[in-house]
Design a protein. Sequence first.
Lengths: 484, 482
Amino acid sequence: MHKKTAHELNKLLAKKESSSQELTTAVFAHLEKVEPKIQAFVTVTKEEALKQAKAADERLKNNDNVTPLTGIPIAIKDNMCTKGILTTCSSKILSNYKPPYDATVVEKLKAAGAVVVGKTNLDEFAMGSSTENSGLHKTYNPWDLNCVPGGSSGGSAAAVAANEAVMATGSDTGGSIRQPAAFCGVVGLKPTYGLVSRYGLVAFASSLDQIGPLTKDVTDTAIMLNVLAGHDKKDSTSVDRPVPDYQKSLVNDIKNLRIGIIKELLGEGIEPKVKESIQQTMKKFEELGAKIMEVSLPTFAYAVATYYLIAPAEASSNLGRYDGVKYGQRSPNSPDLLTMYNNTRAEGFGPEVKRRILIGTYALSAGYYDAFYLKALKVRTVIKNDFERAFQNCDLLLSPTTTSAAFKVGEKSNDPLAMYLSDIATIPVNLAGLPAISLPCGFIDNLPIGLQLIGKAFAEETLLRAAFTYEQNTDWHKRKPSII
Amino acid sequence: MKYETVIGLETHAQLLTASKMFCSCSTKFGNRPNTNICPICTGQPGVLPVVNKKAIELAIKTALVLNCQIAPQSIFARKNYFYPDLPKNYQVSQYELPLAINGYLEIVVNGERRKIGITRVHLEEDAGKLVHKGAARIMGSSESLVDYNRTGTPLMEIVTEPDIRSPLEAKVFMETLQHLLQFIQVCDAKMEEGSLRCDGNISIRPLGATKLGTKTEVKNMNTFRGIQKALEAEEVRHREVIAAGEKIMQETRYFDEITETTKAMRSKEEAHDYRYFPEPDLVPLEPEADWVESIKLNIGELPEQKKSRYIAALGLSAEDAEVLLATPALAKYFEACLELKAPAKAAANWLIGDITAYLNEHEKTITEINFLPAQLAEMLEMIENGAISGKIAKIVLTEALAIGKEIKEIVKEKGLTQVSDEGELVKIIKEVIANNPGPVTQYRQGKTGIIGFLVGQVMKATQGRANPRLVNQLLGKELSKN
Ligand SMILES: [Zn+2]
């Protein structure tokens, strides 16, 4: 039962062929078996989950406000606040932090009747592409335990791929939903900036962060997005516009859809086997009636550099609050305030977080601001304009999600620059605030690879329709890792 | 060589909003520590700010009164620095693109009108309050506690151009600003309580020079007197340093209220790099023109306009108008009396005279007494229609101020109603005529001025309660009889 998708489980629960308690129990039985190998979770909340499952069963029994998520076991990335439940961001500095409030998305998921099985591991404060930067422990790829699950939502992607949860939330600042989705063979959507409330998402880079679903198939993505999307008064950057029913966009038809293949993402730096898969995918889309054209986005060359100024600059300020004064870990025995600050932050943050705080502090410093931060903002606008130009002739853009399949644990952890460059396909999308989805489109040596579709702002429906059509006409999503 | 002094001020005013700048916590002063707090103003991970519209409204109101241009788009910025009273370790403020720019405030110094330019008006959030044990500052104290009740309270920063030419002008500027902020009810502007604060930038230059001299920033000026004294001390220091052929160092200096001197706090090199950058959690502020217009329409009369009206339409003297307007609450009280149809001049006289004397004697403000405008209006009406005399009114007022009773009640209780019963008065008048044959004869011989003396006698016999107009009339009648 734990192998099923939410929309399959819905039917079982609706027909009373099973209960949320049965389902939740089954998920935990499986979780307890595979978790020692995968290590997707930071905190497992079995007790609360069983209570929530019981409440969900009541709702189902009385047909009281039942939603497609009622009774469905889900996982929450551990950088989203859960009232009274540890929210660590996989950082030592927050290893004891229990928030006094629920993030808006958590509130919404709970209200929909979802059952929270636990909080998933991530690269510390979502900074990384392998979950190796977690300050707590590593997570392993269900397809090959010697490989990373991707990051930073590596815990969520691995949990869904290994059936430890039916679906999970992720957050995406430069690819943190899409890249682990690709590495773990699941579906991951980064919504348009402003579609989903960030209230309660522990900020990494505020102007880039966005919460989205990680699911077993496209239908489940639409189901979860229906719950997550919508204006929130508590988030001034969330956009006040009507939210459609995304499940209605799941139509198996893409005739005459214009899809642009991004030239820059099929050139140097992309593994030949990834290129091959994308070419096959192009053919498939053509067969299905789409019009394929090549588009060039020359500003992509500057995207990684731009991102690594803007994101660390915002992070250096966002992470200022972890100082040992109010909550989280405080270094003991410091003789004065400055030493307390220094020791707390030196002991509490891992090397990647420190690296980014340093880069960001430098980029914002007097005398460097114009040359770095301000310049990066300008380039960001140029990249946005580049996308706009591309979208004049096509409805969607297509590229590989990653330059390769999942790499080995430890393979890139000593080469931050190589790690940064591997996010070339996902980063420009965040800079432009656009929606993008990653879904399985092939395998290299039994490791999944992902296809990325990028849409215009708030064009999630087009994105979902194209992804759904592709999924309906291929079998990649049906292949599962042997561990399950 | 002759030198001139150049001063610019940076002032901070706490806005009178019910809730904080970016969350819905109360701004109430004096509550138990850490009770007016929430996840947002304590900087919990994941929280986001939402702008308080009322704070924007009050800042726009102020900016309009200061003749500023309201920016069609302004943005918030983060000012980054570490301190335990700042939970996020950055303050949300405005840096480039403030709320309003290019205004001025007119002040009068030694009878001369001066226009002081306003560079900018912007919004920001206040920090919390630290309490130390064992030392005055965090350095050296055995324990420090923080109260976040004040954290996130809306602050408005008003920055002047370097247009101020003397420490006295700086003081007058602050007094004028205080008065104005109180008047338009955006800030209670009490320097001693910190709801209005200011720092000064001062430099000197040869008279006629256009280039500014090296400036120093003076902090800890907590009173009007302090502003003048601090800047005077710094002005003298600048002159002495330059006279000695040395150079002023750009630095921040701290005013010591006891010695009335300034001390170096930190040099330019030690100045913080605040790493300002646009606050990504907030969208740009774009106040709609209609909204700004409606704020403008609701500003009402400013002190200068009121003064003209008091003089021209109400017939008050310029002095009386100024006294009333010097205390916004007094002017408000006065206008409430007018609304109750009280005669303006009489109301002003009583307010400035007996009532102010009472307030001064008891160290109270007009809002702290139980004697309300309705009661003053009633008293004035009783005087007008002859129910009580002015003399009696003084007695009644003293009583009413002291115990807060209704005027009519006091008058009744004490039997102070005017005697307007003709029969009773004629009886007394006849007695007076009988007892004063001399003056009566004089009157009848044509020395009619003597009637005043006879009226006085009647008043005396009635302990001042006789209606003077009626006494005059009846006495004339009786005297003309033989
Ligand atoms: Zn608050």
